[in-house]
Design a protein around this ligand. Structure first.
Ligand SMILES: Cc1cc2nc3c(=O)[nH]c(=O)nc-3n(C[C@H](O)[C@H](O)[C@H](O)COP(=O)(O)O)c2cc1C
Length: 340
């Protein structure tokens, strides 16, 4: 059989994420093990709760990013433009899906064009670590400039690639490529996983580097080892691989421990404003949400705005209920572990 076109594979991923059972079923994010302190004598006014922050030098109305998802196919264009226009309306940031496809195929470029509907949004481009070869760096710079990106996220996904038919399975030398890029590139370089988590062991390897932020993309939400098995085999043939990863809450704590001072994005199974509040109280700079935004993004800008609006409203109530008028005060309040 001829190899599948990347744009076709992207569509199969989208389809699996819209219709398949692709979330972890055994592993959870771990946020349910913590409680946000409730303060019955809060002195805050709900309408005055201030969620503003600055991330990568960009102002955000809310410490939230649309997670990296897609690009390349016609449907991906609709998805990206709906997400971007909604991000502009809500004052949140956006991570694009992997831009490899637009580097390989000029025709795919249009699906990443969102700046006209999102002129003020913090926009983070994306590439896979396994594809990060020195020869492609000039093309990568061009791709980032073309979409008007403010930064680059490099996703590391050895488990996903190992399961994907024809995936990139040679990660030798990739760490030094990443560190070299972070120290010399024209854009701030972030590192992210895709839902299996960056934990202490990986974070330690980034010590002393010029990585601008780490998105833990931990376990407990979308399992890409599950998505790839459903796409490749039509079933989950290796259930243990599908449930493998560093849970998001654990990853968040471990990365901060290993890389003090490096901003951390909490993502992977962040589903509610309460999840977000706990992650921010535990030290995350911002949170990111991917798969829950996919179905609304297929529908319309308004559907994405509705989803984000409900999430943000819950987050706002969380701050009010724990006596925090700002994100700084939320962080001071912290979380308490629930005794098991
Ligand atoms: C349809 C879809 C496509 C994705 N494509 C990418 C991608 O191109 N690059 C990337 O870094 N992550 C990609 N991801 C992974 C997400 O950014 C995120 O790390 C992961 O889904 C876990 O977050 P979640 O539980 O909120 O979905 C994709 C996720 C989805 C749902």
């Amino acid at each position: 059989m001829p190899p599948e076109l990347p744009s076709v594979r992207k569509l199969r991923h989208i389809d699996a994420c819209l219709t398949g059972a692709v979330e972890y079923t055994e592993v959870t994010t771990g946020f349910e093990r913590y409680r946000l302190p409730y303060n019955a004598l809060t002195q805050t006014s709900l309408s005055a709760v201030n969620l503003e922050t600055v991330f990568l030098e960009a102002p955000l109305s809310v410490p939230l990013l649309v997670g990296a998802m897609t690009g390349g196919a016609e449907l991906a264009q609709t998805i990206n433009r709906n997400l971007a226009a909604a991000a502009q309306q809500c004052g949140v940031g956006m991570m694009l899906g992997s831009q490899r496809i637009m580097i390989d195929d000029e025709a795919a470029t249009g699906s990443f064009d969102v700046r006209d509907v999102a002129p003020d949004v913090l926009l983070i481009g994306n590439i896979g670590l396994a594809q990060l070869q020195p020869a492609m760096i000039p093309y990568l710079s061009k791709a980032l400039a073309r979409v008007g990106a403010d930064a680059l996220a490099v996703h590391t996904n050895p488990l996903q690639e190992a399961i994907q038919a024809g995936g990139d399975t040679d990660f030798t030398g990739s760490l030094s490529q990443l560190l070299e890029l972070a120290s010399s590139f024209d854009y701030p370089v972030l590192v992210k996983e895709v839902g299996h988590g960056i934990g202490a062991g990986a974070a330690r390897l980034l010590r002393g580097s010029r990585i601008a932020a780490v998105d833990v993309a931990g376990a407990g939400g979308t399992s890409w080892a599950k998505v790839e098995q459903l796409v490749r085999y039509g079933e989950v043939r290796y259930p243990a691989l599908a449930e493998w990863g560093v849970p998001t809450a654990q990853a968040l704590l471990e990365v901060q421990q290993e890389l003090p001072g490096v901003p951390v994005i909490a993502s992977g199974g962040v589903r509610t404003g309460m999840d977000a509040a706990k992650a921010l109280a535990m030290g995350a700079s911002v949170v990111a949400v991917a798969r829950p935004l996919l179905a609304p993004a297929v529908q319309s800008v308004d559907a994405v705005v509705d989803w984000l609006g409900a999430f943000i409203e819950e987050l706002r109530v969380c701050l009010h209920g724990c006596g925090a008028a700002t994100l700084g005060q939320l962080r001071e309040s912290g979380v308490s572990p629930i005794p098991s």
